[in-house]
Write a new protein. Structure first.
Length: 384
């Protein structure tokens, strides 16, 4: 890998046509940054061998000298990463049009991406995590048929305009934002979507996802969901992992309401909700695994429930129950005047004890995610 400390340093590099992997910038957050027009300082027409580009802590402003588009869709460039820069607003023509496998814009202080900024870019995987965006404008993201993955974790998103995502999308991650609601139309064209993550938001109900019949993974954990609409998952015959953990679900009829098809192999996580009992009447558990730890089960019902669930417990539940130091049920005090108030307080205390007891216990169901930056095996100085 060739490393240049700044764009000025890169300007003087004599053998640009031989570049294979290039990094401009520094790992230091205090490094001097430049105001640049990317179409001028990165004239990809000369970089016949460049496959990987990293721009780290090097830009404090994106210039736009003219409203012309530069397209580099036939180059060997595959991986582009901008990290630690100061972009604020990205307009159309700020970036040359790429055709790449992965385009990372993680942690660049981006507040807004304007319509058509990336609409024509041929990007398979785009990551906009750790920025400051509050909404997504229609047409701002790639709209070509090659785009399969879009990740926008840890922003401030509350709104998405209809038409923001391409119909080719297979993976969409909007976790760690501030959503309370998403319009029904947002997901209607995403008929190829296989993985949807909406965890760590403020949803009180599951958005309308009935049309997403190709979903394999659906993560709604760490929200404020208390009820689930009946039959929302009945047509999702490919669904393998449903995560509703860390919500406020308390209905004993939940499994019935999900209407997961009979004999469908699936893991359903309901861990750390507010379930005190579970009605499994007329529910087939064939091929189903339930993750139920951290719920405040009625102690007098626990033995019979455990018998019904035999053979369908998750490895997490089995490991936790074998430890002996993590509570699994609550003996509620029945008083007609104080039951609701007492139950709420007892459930809150129960959750505190469970979480505290699990601090040193690994039981992570989260699926692995690709890191944004590949390992660097060797480096070459920018100055020849």
């Amino acid at each position: 890998m060739t490393i240049c400390d700044s764009f000025e340093d890169f300007k003087n590099y004599p053998h640009k046509e031989n570049l294979n992997k290039l990094m401009i910038g520094s790992e230091s957050t205090t490094a001097k940054k430049s105001s640049v027009d990317l179409r001028t300082v990165l004239d990809f027409g000369y970089y016949y061998k460049l496959t990987d580009l990293y721009v780290i802590n090097a830009i404090d402003n994106l210039e736009l000298e003219s409203g012309d588009s530069c397209s580099y869709t036939n180059l060997p460039l595959e991986y582009v990463t901008f990290y630690g820069n100061l972009f604020k607003t990205i307009e159309k023509y700020h970036f040359p049009v790429y055709a790449v496998k992965k385009f990372n814009l993680v942690n660049n202080n981006i507040e807004a991406i304007k319509s058509w900024a990336f609409a024509d870019h041929h990007i398979e995987n785009m990551d906009l995590s750790d920025n400051l965006m509050e909404d997504i404008e229609a047409g701002a993201l790639p709209q070509t048929s090659v785009t399969k993955t879009i990740i926008i974790k840890n922003n401030k998103l509350t709104h998405i305009e209809v038409g923001s995502f391409p119909s080719s999308l297979e993976v969409l991650n909007l976790g760690w934002n501030k959503f309370r609601h998403i319009q029904d139309e947002i997901f209607e064209n995403l008929l190829k979507l296989k993985e949807l993550t909406l965890s760590h938001n403020n949803f009180k109900e599951i958005p309308r996802v009935n049309s997403l019949t190709q979903l394999v993974i659906f993560d709604m954990s760490f929200n404020a969901i208390s009820t689930v609409s009946e039959g929302v998952f009945k047509d999702m015959k490919r669904l393998k992992f449903l995560d509703l953990s860390n919500n406020n679900i308390e209905s004993p009829l939940l499994i019935q309401r999900l209407q997961i098809p009979v004999n469908q192999e699936i893991t359903i996580s309901l861990a750390l909700n507010r379930l005190m009992k579970l009605d499994l009447t007329n529910v087939s558990l064939d091929e189903k695994t339930l993750v139920l730890y951290g719920n405040p089960w009625h102690c007098h019902l626990w033995t019979s429930l455990k018998t019904e669930l035999s053979g369908h417990e998750s490895q997490c539940d089995l490991k936790l129950s074998s430890r002996g130091n993590i509570p699994y049920c609550v003996s509620f005090r029945y008083n007609i005047y104080t039951m609701e108030y007492e139950s709420k307080n007892e459930i809150d205390r129960f959750h505190q004890v469970v979480r505290s007891s699990m601090k040193n216990f690994e039981c992570d169901l989260a699926l692995p995610r690709n890191e944004w930056l590949s390992n660097v095996h060797y480096m070459v100085s920018c100055v020849a």
